[in-house]
Design a protein around this ligand. Structure first.
Ligand code: NAP
Length: 327
């Protein structure tokens, strides 16, 4: 048992369920931020200078410059599945373990992808804004005419855990599913998801709904830009629940404004929490504040997994030295 004096110090960069954090308190001295805020690299270095471990949000940056100022740091538990906020190569070089929370959010995030897809096609948020503004004076046959979902072709960029969960839901809508990854998934998965592998160009050309579920990386940055949007059908929709940066927001604003595609549903943005003013002014886009995994049960599961990972990564608890989700 650690004595009080020798207990490692851990920083929790954003508020987290207090009862779940109690498990960390068994092993470590913890410093928990009481409000959400975005951290600069300099602030991250300052906070992590005297810490052995940290639980971070997916927008909290750690790169070689931060690591150079954090000599005690041994483990970082990202509270999310994406980890584009972390320089994994630099962390590995410094011997710092990084973990994420895959798996526990797949179904909830897939539900949300469908929420955005349907809200976009059927103009749900636009219709509600219109109603709340007092515009509904009587039944009209012609208001808010949207696109169909049933029977349309669903195209998934990134057939991983979440992409597959999205694909499995398409059967009820009798939607053919096509997908693109760098590598084809196993035949059993294709059969389970009733999905057909296509190349990138065919996906853009054939899909009525292009759904993005790839991680943000050097390779996927701006994978959807002006040329890709131009290759989509004019009556197709784009749904991004992956990461801002996968889409070139300026190019998307132009495509939406010029009606080169029918609409977009976006949970993530290039410069979160800022959303381009031109985008806010458009009606053919549904905008949500990065809430893909935000059901209470799933956020609790993510927090719990991040805590398990950190305890194990710092050599404590039943999985000491074997964090379940080392990256
Ligand atoms: P995953 O299981 O690793 O799946 C990612 C998929 O993307 C893989 O099938 C991968 O296949 C494909 N991929 C990677 N790079 C690619 C490229 N350059 N071109 C084409 N396909 C590529 O990850 P996941 O758990 O499904 O999560 C996916 C991402 O969703 C996360 O990284 C995160 O950023 C985002 N996310 C967002 C929210 C939200 O709140 N909005 C919630 C959860 C997750 P190949 O390796 O074969 O290419």
């Amino acid at each position: 048992m650690n004595t009080q004096a020798s207990r490692p110090r851990v920083w929790v960069s954003r508020p987290l369920f207090d009862d779940i954090l109690d498990r960390l308190r068994e092993y470590f001295d913890i410093e928990v931020e009481e409000r959400d805020r975005d951290w600069t690299r300099e602030q991250m270095a300052q906070k992590l200078r005297d810490k052995t471990g940290a639980i971070l949000g997916v927008a909290d940056p750690v790169d070689a410059g931060v690591i150079a100022q954090t000599p005690l740091l041994r483990a970082i538990a990202n509270r999310g599945v994406g980890y584009n906020n972390l320089d994994i190569a630099a962390l590995k070089k410094a011997g710092i373990v990084a973990t994420n929370t895959p798996g526990v959010l797949d179904e909830t995030t897939a539900d949300f992808a469908w929420t955005l897809l349907m809200a976009t096609a059927r103009r749900v948020t636009e219709a509600e804004r219109w109603l709340r503004a007092g515009n509904w004076k009587g039944m009209s046959f012609h208001i808010m005419l949207g696109g169909d979902v049933y029977g349309k072709t669903l195209g998934i960029f990134g057939m991983g855990r979440i992409g597959q969960a999205i694909a499995r839901r398409a059967a009820g809508f009798r939607m053919p599913v096509i997908y693109h990854n760098r590598s084809r998934v196993a035949p059993e998965i294709e059969a389970d998801c009733k999905a057909r592998y296509v190349d990138r160009d065919a996906l853009l050309r054939e899909a009525d709904f292009v759904v993005l579920t790839v991680p943000l990386s050097a390779e996927t940055r701006h994978m959807i830009g002006a040329a890709e949007l131009a290759a989509m059908k004019r009556d197709a929709y784009l749904v991004n629940i992956a990461r801002g940066g996968v889409v070139d927001d300026a190019a998307l604003v132009a495509a939406l404004r010029d009606k080169r595609i029918a609409g977009a549903g976006l949970d993530v943005f290039e410069h979160e929490p800022e959303v381009p003013a031109e985008m806010l002014a458009l009606d053919n886009v549904v905008l949500t504040p990065h809430i893909g995994s935000a059901s209470l049960a799933t956020r609790r599961a993510m927090a719990s997994l991040a805590v398990d990972n950190l305890i194990a990564a710092l050599g404590c608890g039943p999985n000491a030295g074997r964090p379940p989700n080392a990256i």
